[in-house]
Design a binder for this molecule. Structure first.
Ligand code: NAD
Ligand code: G6P
Ligand code: MN
Length: 444
């Protein structure tokens, strides 16, 4: 792709993250010039609120950028270079059920882990494939940067069903945690570190961290983790700031204690301490409620205010600085920067003692031809055991979706470390089927 002004489509135009990302794109224009931004969503009413407000913002702050929004795939996906995809199939109403149904059976409710993640995966696969297909139909040279969740299951589905498509699956959790670790050791930015990492999405570990002179930063970071987890480490995001996130960063100390040789992703708490997570949960009020009353109200409130006033001046919109990794990734493709990113990619030997067909999260070098994996060698027995179980959950979920198999989805739930028995798995599954009948394929 030659250096030019790029055309971007944001899929999930009505997302709570869209205004922050759109403003971030404008702030980064000197690094990544944009000629056209189009929002696409399949919920016209929801998108309208976010898009109208952004339209006003763009007119006032970047009139040179052609801005539009649509629910028509032909309009959204024609003549574009990148799709930034963050859709939530079923929206927050379904996230709430994903979290609350398992809790009825004493099992944790989380949007991407355990039964909630499996349920969400069964909804997301079709939505993400649909967008990928639109992109390939209308702009065959474009790339999709996907951060729609649950990324592990979505990535496995694209590996199985669209193996040749130009999609990069990426998660922002390691970015925030790397930012925190950089600050623990007195560096200004995570970009001053080079890391070794292996795992699945929301299920991984850092095993090497060096500064730009090659000094080993692990001893100092380990000392900090043993005392405080990620709790008192600063980062530049305003995304993970609610009380429940603070607990998660604190709990990382206990997660770290289980294997003091590596630094864990915060999401491992759901697999290593599921009983604790259930005890801490309120079955009547979960993270979905917190987000609906917090981020969703705030973002939509701000958008409505912009629309009513007819101006975005003093509207409180903020660029999402944390999301600049999306521009870094798009630039890596567009301008062949060969920057390193943790991506979710087919293993194919990068972790030498692990399933070669697994979608793993590892460092990759990204350039205009896509990614090249950086081998992480053999993984330790503890991580291997955990990952083999979890990757089987993810693979069985995708197989269940493809084949419409009740049996395989029951097996997926039964294998999840978060569920104590096959009978509880079955009860949860039967409730989830009822709740998801508008979204899941029919299972038999
Ligand atoms: P949201 O519900 O506010 O927004 C999602 C939007 O997607 C909605 O407007 C919805 O109408 C739309 N949508 C649903 N199905 C669609 C389809 N088939 N086609 C087009 N649009 C569709 O959700 P949110 O909280 O803003 O999160 C958006 C997504 O981003 C979620 O999947 C979330 O998990 C993910 N996310 C991922 C990361 C990461 O690190 N990977 C970080 C943050 C958010
Ligand atoms: C992290 C994860 C994302 C996830 C988000 C959830 O950033 O990497 O995959 O979507 O947290 O945040 P929320 O505020 O919606 O609970
Ligand atoms: Mn993530």
């Amino acid at each position: 792709m030659p250096k030019q002004n790029y055309a971007i489509t944001v899929a999930g135009g009505g997302s709570t993250f869209t205004p922050g990302i759109a403003l971030m794109l404008l702030e980064e224009m000197d690094r990544f010039p944009i000629r056209k931004i189009t929002f696409y969503d399949n919920d016209a009413d929801r998108q309208e609120i976010v898009a109208k407000a952004c339209e006003i913002y763009f007119k006032e702050n970047a009139p040179e950028v052609e801005f539009g929004y649509t629910t028509d795939p032909a309009v959204a996906f024609t003549d574009i270079d990148f799709v930034l995809a963050h859709i939530r199939v079923g929206k927050y109403a379904m996230r709430e059920l994903d979290e609350k149904i398992p809790l009825k059976y004493g099992v944790l409710g989380q949007e991407t882990c355990g039964p909630g993640g499996i349920a969400y995966g069964m909804r997301s696969i079709g939505g993400v494939l649909e967008i990928l297909d639109y992109m390939e139909t209308y702009s065959p040279d474009a790339w999709m940067l996907n951060y729609s969740n649950p990324a592990a299951i979505v990535a496995e589905a694209t590996r199985r069903l669209r193996p040749d498509s130009k999609i990069l699956n990426i998660c922002d959790m390691p970015i925030d945690l790397e930012e925190k670790m950089a600050h623990m050791v007195g560096l200004k930015s995570r970009k001053e570190m080079q890391v070794g990492y292996y795992g699945l999405n929301h299920f991984g570990w850092w095993h090497k961290i060096y500064d730009s002179q090659g000094n080993d930063l692990m001893p100092e970071i380990k000392e900090h983790m043993a005392k405080n987890g990620f709790a008192d480490a600063i980062s530049d995001t305003n995304q993970h700031v609610d009380e429940s996130w603070k607990h998660t960063f604190q709990k990382a100390r206990d997660v770290y204690a289980v294997d003091p040789e590596t630094i864990p992703n915060t999401y491992l708490k759901y697999y290593l301490f599921p009983d604790y997570v259930v005890r801490e949960s309120n079955p009547e009020y979960t993270r979905a409620n917190e987000v609906m009353e917090g981020r969703e109200k705030m973002v939509f409130g701000a958008c409505k205010e912009v629309i009513e006033k007819g101006t975005a001046a003093d509207c409180g919109f903020e660029a999402d600085a944390h999301a600049t990794y999306i521009v870094d990734l798009a630039r890596a493709i567009a301008e062949n920067t060969m920057e390193r990113f943790l991506l979710i990619v087919p293993n194919e030997g990068a972790l030498e003692n692990f399933d070669s067909t697994a979608m793993v999260e590892i460092p990759c070098i990204v350039g205009s031809r896509g990614y090249e994996k950086i081998c992480q060698g053999a993984i330790p027995q503890f991580q291997k055991g955990l990952m083999e179980q979890q990757v089987s959950v993810e693979k069985l979920t995708v197989e269940a979706w493809i084949e419409g198999s009740y049996q395989k989805l029951w097996q997926a739930l039964t294998l999840s470390r978060t569920i104590p028995s096959a009978s509880i798995a079955k009860n949860i599954l039967d409730d989830l089927i009822q709740a998801n009948k508008d979204y899941w394929p029919v299972l038999s």
